[in-house]
Design a binder for this molecule. Structure first.
Ligand code: BGC
Length: 752
């Protein structure tokens, strides 16, 4: 096909035939001025273009002048078509733009926040959520999403724990692959397949003190073994782009870190996509103390960064740096080529309007079918932490009181980073519970308390149209709640975080239930009525007190646009909960960072319930979390038979099978996530006490038994040693299988 703009004088095929692409792009580059080349490296944010005004907007004028490679966070086909038209018809070479957006967990059909999705351990569902996100975003004109975020996080103070898949590299890698596949589909050639962006490369999830954008410093062994795997999985899955992180890696900001971007990502991993910076990351290197904008921009380019998000460093200074010899033309050309290749792979040179289709936008966004899937998937992400006396599920009868600041707020249901959300189309929890109960009972509501007693903190935690503060005093709110509670048979306490209490720039030093909510909960418990606590959270929160006093706790995270119905499905038992934690839930903030796959130390405690002098522990707290990685209850019980191994020794090229029979001993059908852990008992370096190496999500009917087999290969036993060689070391290994990372049974085998 030959396209409309001047670039189209060369025939372009959507197929990524390497030679054809190479010829096409070399020809095009041969006609580009330096200014046009630098334009391709420039990614400004949209300046809120109004339809029909693209040309007169600031960005429109830049696009016409060939000074823009892509734009992000514009919503809607009409606006996107306008701007693409300027690029294709009014710029000299007619090179189409990339349109990016933070489609992190769904578009208008919003899925649970990524941390919640990871708790489903359902990679098929997660891939499906990304597929639906791609269908909807592409129907709205978007061809590039800034997702998946695959940063490993072991510190719940960090607000962006909500955007990742938790603390484990094995599960994180499986999810990274699933999401890239979901977004990009087979080849990005269809008009509902969009380009993924693996972020934030690298180590962004390990900032000191859990404070966002803070310094990261860790050993290379830890990087390679524990933090790099999900990024590598995304690269291996063919993600079209990567985003740099804000933090330093080995003292050098990621965006200027040549070892990270070129030696590791491109040379060691053989990845050939393009690298975009995070928002203003080049500019921020001035504050990191690396020099002025010209110096830091040159360093970013030389390190391997291709596209500059918002900082205007590449566009603004690289021409001068070229003249002064700070960068060379080969470096600029390499970046330009990679950006153009991405556009070619997306098929934009064949059809720049490939994603522009008003009919699709009307038809494919927030459809009943997508919403149904979002509801089903959301129900898989809730984690049942406690259920004394089988308080849950509730029956749809009598009078049910929904009480709490998260009880009737639509805007706080979808969770952080839902940029395309349409809040008023979603139900609040109260609305969802009411719809579920229908005329079988009565549902009443009271707010009960504000989010926190401190209005300033509440304002910080309820940004972007999510304000919810009530002007009444704490006493008035409580009095109303107690009156509502008095007439109820059961209380559903909707407590926890608002959606912006976690997420970007929402780190917390205290992750307990805020003051006024805790007082409300105490008062509700004092009524003596049964209380089910629904914990809304974008991170693991500290629930030590609640776990001793509340009979039923369901951690519901932020479940997306269909969260209210999905919560009702689980609360009333249409669906049995099956989520399992992917981050440990600490006893207190002082334990952080906390993670199950830690080293043993030379002085491990023999009994964590007691203080042991001169052993590695705390004088005032056990080491273990309240709820460990992998933990989550169901409405049924599962029993695990004996773990057996098919051999007690394996050699290179061999494999063995670890098997266990799991039985649903309860009276209702449910899903269980069976987990496999391995410990390398003797290594040339210290090795973790256990590492997840497999899992299987199975549906078991009441009374049904199933044998689960896990295959163990020498490849799975490899790790990066002191010299960063990826090796499996002969010796003894322990295999553990169980329903979570603590309740495991084990067997041993040898690697010859
Ligand atoms: C975030 C990225 C995001 C970007 C663009 C940044 O502040 O760190 O995750 O993709 O903004 O919106």
């Amino acid at each position: 096909m030959v396209m409309a703009g001047a670039a189209g004088t060369f025939a372009a095929s959507a197929a990524t035939d390497g030679d054809a692409m190479h010829t096409y792009i070399e020809n095009l580059m041969g006609r580009m001025t330096l200014e046009e080349k630098l334009g391709q490296l420039n990614l400004p944010a949209s300046d809120d273009i109004v339809t029909g005004q693209a040309k007169s907007s600031n960005i429109g004028a830049m696009v016409a002048a060939g000074k823009v490679g892509g734009v992000f966070n514009i919503k809607g086909v009409a606006k996107i078509r306008d701007l693409q038209r300027v690029a294709v018809e009014e710029s000299r070479l007619g090179i189409p733009l990339l349109f990016g957006m933070d489609v992190i967990h769904g578009y208008e059909t919003v899925f649970p926040i990524p941390l919640a999705l990871s708790c489903s351990w359902d990679t098929v569902a997660i891939e499906r959520s990304a597929r639906i996100a791609a269908i909807e975003a592409s129907a709205s004109g978007i061809c590039w999403t800034f997702s998946p975020m695959v940063d490993i996080c072991r510190d719940a103070r960090w607000g962006r724990a909500s955007e990742g898949s938790g603390e484990d590299p094995w599960l994180g890698s499986a999810i990274a692959r699933a999401m890239v596949r979901g977004y990009q589909g087979e080849s990005m050639s269809r008009n509902d397949e969009i380009m993924a962006c693996v972020k934030h490369f690298a180590l962004y999830g390990a900032p000191e003190g859990g404070r966002d954008y803070n310094t990261v410093d860790m050993s290379r062994q830890r990087m390679y073994n524990e933090y790099f795997p999900p990024y590598k999985a995304g690269a291996d899955a063919g993600a079209g782009s990567f985003m740099t992180s804000f933090n330093t890696v080995d003292g050098v900001p990621a965006t200027a870190n040549r070892w990270l971007l070129t030696d590791v990502l491109r040379d060691q991993w053989g990845w050939d996509g393009f690298i975009v910076t995070d928002y203003t990351a080049i500019l921020e290197m001035i504050d990191h103390g690396l020099g002025d904008l010209q110096q830091v921009s040159a360093r970013a380019l030389k390190a391997g960064t291709d596209m500059d998000m918002v900082a205007d460093g590449f566009n603004g200074t690289l021409a001068a740096s070229l003249r002064e010899g700070l960068v060379d033309m080969g470096e600029i050309d390499a970046a330009v080529r990679r950006v153009l290749e991405a556009k070619y792979r997306l098929g934009l040179f064949s059809d720049p309007y490939k994603y522009i289709d008003e009919e699709r936008e009307k038809r494919d966004v927030y459809t009943d079918a997508h919403r149904k899937e979002a509801r089903r998937i959301a129900a898989e992400t809730f984690v049942l932490l406690r259920n004394e006396g089988n308080l849950l599920p509730l029956r749809k009868e009598g009078r049910i009181a929904v009480i709490g600041p998260l009880g009737d707020t639509r805007a706080n249901m979808p969770g952080t980073w839902s940029v395309a959300a349409a809040f008023d189309r979603y139900k609040s929890l109260y609305e969802g519970i009411r719809d579920a109960v229908g005329d079988k009972g009565e549902v009443v509501y009271a707010k009960g308390s504000n989010l926190t007693a401190d209005p300033e903190l509440e304002a910080n935690a309820t940004l972007f149209g999510r304000e919810m503060r009530d002007a009444r005093s704490e006493e008035e709110l409580l009095a109303e709640a107690l009156e509502v509670a008095a007439g109820a048979d059961v209380i559903i306490a909707a407590l926890g975080e608002s959606s912006e209490f976690s997420g970007e720039s929402s780190s917390r030093t205290d992750i307990t239930l805020p003051d006024t909510q805790r007082r409300l909960l105490e008062a509700l418990l004092a009524t003596g009525k049964p209380v089910v606590m629904l914990n809304f959270a974008g991170r693991p929160t500290v629930l030590s007190w609640e776990s001793e006093h509340v009979d039923a706790i369901l951690n519901v995270w932020f479940g997306g646009s269909e969260a209210a119905d999905a919560i009702a499905d689980v609360v009333f038992g249409e669906v049995a909960p099956s989520g399992k934690l992917t981050m440990s839930m600490p006893r207190n903030v002082g334990q952080l960072p906390i993670y199950y796959n830690h080293f043993n130390t030379g002085r491990p405690k023999s009994d964590d319930t007691k203080f042991e002098k001169f052993r590695s522990g705390y004088i005032d707290s056990p080491n273990s979390p309240v709820y460990p990685f992998g933990y989550g209850l169901s409405y049924t019980d599962f029993s695990y038979g004996a773990l057996t191994l098919s051999a007690d020794e394996i050699g290179a090229g061999e494999r063995l099978k670890a098997s266990v029979t799991v039985t649903n001993t309860g009276s209702r059908d449910a899903d269980e996530v069976v987990q496999l852990y391995i410990r390398d008992l003797v290594g040339s370096s210290a090795r973790p006490v256990k590492e997840l190496k497999g899992f299987s999500r199975v549906n078991l009917k009441a009374g049904e038994s199933r044998r689960i087999d896990f295959e163990i290969t020498p490849e799975m036993l490899k790790f990066y040693n002191f010299d960063l060689e990826f090796v499996a070391e002969p010796g003894e290994f322990e295999v553990m299988v169980g329903p979570d990372s603590e309740r495991v049974q084990s067997q041993r085998f040898r690697l010859k």
